[in-house]
Design a protein around this ligand. Sequence first.
Ligand SMILES: NC(=O)c1ccc[n+]([C@@H]2O[C@H](COP(=O)([O-])OP(=O)(O)OC[C@H]3O[C@@H](n4cnc5c(N)ncnc54)[C@H](OP(=O)(O)O)[C@@H]3O)[C@@H](O)[C@H]2O)c1
Length: 417
Amino acid sequence: MNIALLGFGFVGQGVWHILQSNREQLAMKLGLHETDVKLQVVGVRDCQKARDNGLPASIPVTDDIASILADPSIELVIEAIGGEYPAYQYIQDALVSGKHVVTANKEVIAKHQQALFQLAHDHRVILACEAAVGGSIPLIRSLRVGFAANKIQSVMGILNGTTNYMLTRMLADSMPYDAALKEAQALGFAEADPTMDVSGMDVAYKVIILAGVAFHVDISIDAIPVEGIESVQLADMLHAQDMGYVVKLIGAITATDHGLAVRVCPMLLPDTHAMASVSNEVNALFLHGDCVGDAMMVGKGAGGIPTASAILSDVVAIGASTSTPVSLKPAQLVPLGDQETAMYMRLSVQDHVGVLEQVTHVLSQAGVSLKTVIQKNQGDEASIILITHPVKESVIQGLQLNELAAVLRIDAMVRVV
Ligand SMILES: NC(=O)c1ccc[n+]([C@@H]2O[C@H](COP(=O)([O-])OP(=O)(O)OC[C@H]3O[C@@H](n4cnc5c(N)ncnc54)[C@H](OP(=O)(O)O)[C@@H]3O)[C@@H](O)[C@H]2O)c1
């Protein structure tokens, strides 16, 4: 199998590392001789860039990507460049010229999956993207094949290694947000542009891909309510911990009678939940299928070598001729206002007798019942920290707590799993 590798950053180098160290095992899985699995060429943006890449002279490094895609001897292209363009064009060109494509690129797949899978189907080649969701964890193959007999009722995941790493470090060491982000970048977990990670967009792309595999629907990125971790405060992580919860950035899809409830946002997970102990760059997907009930998959969700492991699993699956065409239909989504979750709220209030009663009165007038309430006094002010029972988002957004003279600020509102 003659392979071209586009991109030689964290992930591309991880692919080369595994190809070298586990070549015999890969070849055996493909039913080939070791020498028949061949990295033929590496494509990069700037081939003049000094790099200590460990590639032998027999594997050229070029920035002439067009020549790679026009080379009829290349059978499979691994795209590890990232970003929408020019990666989208390269993937299309490779498919049209009859090459299988393996990509780690969630953005391109999330935005163009219908067109790309159709193109692959039309040209009788395979497009695979295991590494685009969940890093090393074979989520796509598990949903498509392992849980194929199930109607999937919900999937909920910690799907971004950078933010999970940051939230873990912030809580464990009271580390400021910026320092936690820098550490994640230095370890190669963060995207080139970390706003993709912290804004929740990276998770949103992955949720779209999971929706395609688990629910056979195509969702537009604009249709998903997305909140990142920028507004998560250490104070709330500590309060949540006191109340038996941990804050995680969650991507979730739930099938309801009215359509799919989809969201990406920070949420409080009860510390008894199977995903609560998923820390650092580790990712997890918790699903409910009608035949299997609850199931969870956990593994490293970022890093060059774990991601390359998923890429090479696709290479082996293609070599073993696993076909992966999909046909997607438009999704019917539940508007955010109609979605129900419990809500954690932290209010700063004047420290007077009866303020707590005023707040709970507003909530009960709106039909919001409370699971937990804590009041903490701090000088002239007090904090009221509460968790509601599940309630429609529109009810919470319509609460007029700000209009109570005794309420100084609403410091935080975080949804609870
Ligand atoms: N890092 C992770 O933990 C991780 C995890 C899961 C998925 N992914 C995905 O894997 C992909 C690669 O990520 P990465 O972290 O390896 O990125 P990276 O370290 O920034 O490397 C990107 C590579 O692509 C090359 N490149 C960029 N633009 C190019 C262009 N226009 N033409 C040809 N080559 C180009 C760069 O070339 P130069 O070397 O010349 O600059 C570099 O070698 C992305 O889609 C990312 O979302 C990454």
